[in-house]
Write a protein that binds this ligand. Structure first.
Ligand code: TXA
Ligand code: MG
Length: 386
């Protein structure tokens, strides 16, 4: 329920760990904890000293604002300006998607929320996570927690406690292990504060544009006010140079890149003018020019749907050492989303020379998947798949 702090924790060990984490947080130390999207690096949000430690631990640019996490509707209200009334759209979105992977922008009460959290924005981003450990931690700490993903800035977000340990070991006092994250990609960031009443998707994520559209269409069906438009900020790798004013500060940074080069493989459906698609065998000849860092063979990671036709045609070549990380069926983008970051981080640990990621359709979770993949990929090749 989004009404109150109604998380039940049965295990004494879990409760003990939560209290230990809460005392680190109240002593202004950052702590890593699981959410349903990705692992977060939390600090008490209303204290600038604590929030500053998040930036130094991650190496995060100070102009990239943080999301504040709450465990109850009451805690949300305590952060908002006095007598602030939620719009009909926000009421609907909160009713349907909280707790869950949806972040909303609100007007910021600057007397309460430190500038470091909002990085000078007039708004503050807030979400209520659904992971029971996240909500219990916030409730026990009895304070809203600012939390970016618990990775060094620029790396893929962690979806397992082990990913956090591999990256931040020695830099933070505690990681709460809540198992693998169910959603696997970060929350959808929504700005519904514009005067036109429209809903802007600043970052696609765990809640799909299709889900949001459905809820708003149904929720406004009997209203005199028109159904808000849902505007998706489709920022492509191709638009990078063109973009002047990113609508969410974080989107201007190169993100999600493992230390291994990543190539995005696209099918021939929308080949840009002037690009000649390659056959899979011509592409294979091409990657054999990559210098392997082990003397035996070139190691190539494959991050592709488990029923990928392209994957089948590539692995025929036995001169390459293939590291397959099947993502899930093409027809199940939610599973692909769940496994994407795990795949990038796992293949990086296996010390492959190159990671090949196959594009998926930008429907449902596919939109967020492709947003992250395009940011991770250093280049794109078009392949003919027959
Ligand atoms: O699922 C998630 O959202 C995870 C988990 C831990 O909750 N957190 C997360 O935080 O992804 P982070 O810091 O990695 O991404 C926050 C995004 C950034 O793109 C940032 O620019 C944007 O939210 N953001 C935060 N405050 C904003 C604001 N006031 N206006 C516009 N964008 C904002
Ligand atoms: Mg992040």
């Amino acid at each position: 329920s989004s009404e109150g702090d109604q998380v039940v924790i049965n295990s004494p060990e879990t409760l003990g760990a939560l209290h230990t984490a809460a005392s680190f947080l109240n002593d202004l130390h950052p702590v890593a904890f699981p959410t349903e999207t990705v692992y977060g690096l939390g600090a008490v949000a209303l204290n600038a000293t604590a929030a500053l430690k998040i930036f130094s631990t991650k190496g995060r640019p100070p102009d990239n604002p943080l999301i504040v996490h709450v465990s109850s509707r009451r805690m949300l209200q305590s952060l908002l300006p006095h007598n602030y009334k939620l719009s009909r759209s926000y009421e609907l979105l909160i009713e349907h998607f909280w707790p869950g992977p949806l972040t909303l922008l609100f007007p910021c009460d600057h007397s309460l929320i430190p500038d470091i959290i909002t990085a000078g924005q007039p708004t503050v981003a807030i979400r209520m996570p659904s992971h029971p450990v996240a909500r219990a931690l916030i409730a026990i700490t009895d304070a809203p927690l600012a939390a970016p993903s618990a990775n060094s800035s620029g790396k893929p977000s962690p979806t397992r406690a082990e990913h956090v340990l591999n990256d931040l070991n020695g830099k933070i006092p505690l990681i709460l292990d809540g198992g693998p994250c169910e959603v696997g990609l970060e929350s959808t960031v929504v700005d519904g504060l514009h005067e036109d009443g429209n809903i802007r998707i600043l970052r696609p994520g765990g809640v799909t544009v299709e889900d949001i559209t459905q809820v708003l269409v149904a929720g406004f069906s009997d209203a005199e006010t028109p159904i808000p438009h849902i505007l998706v900020h489709r920022r492509d790798y191709l638009d990078d140079a063109l973009e002047q004013a990113p609508t969410t500060p974080g989107m201007k940074y190169r993100h999600y890149s493992p230390s291994v080069p990543v190539t995005l493989l696209r099918s021939t459906s929308d080949v840009p003018l002037g690009i000649e698609p390659l056959s899979p065998s011509a592409f294979l000849e091409d990657i054999k020019h990559v210098t392997p860092h082990s003397p035996d063979a070139l190691r190539v990671g494959l991050l592709m749907p488990s029923d990928s036709i392209l994957m089948k045609s590539l692995i025929n070549d036995a001169t390459i050492q293939w590291h397959e990380f099947p993502l899930g069926l093409v027809s199940e983008p939610a599973i692909i989303a769940r496994r994407l970051f795990d795949g990038l981080l796992t293949l990086e640990r296996e010390e492959v020379d190159l990671i090949l990621v196959e594009e998926v359709s930008e429907e449902k979770e596919g939109l967020a998947i492709m947003n992250r993949v395009k940011k991770a990929a250093g280049n794109t090749r078009w392949i003919t798949i027959s």
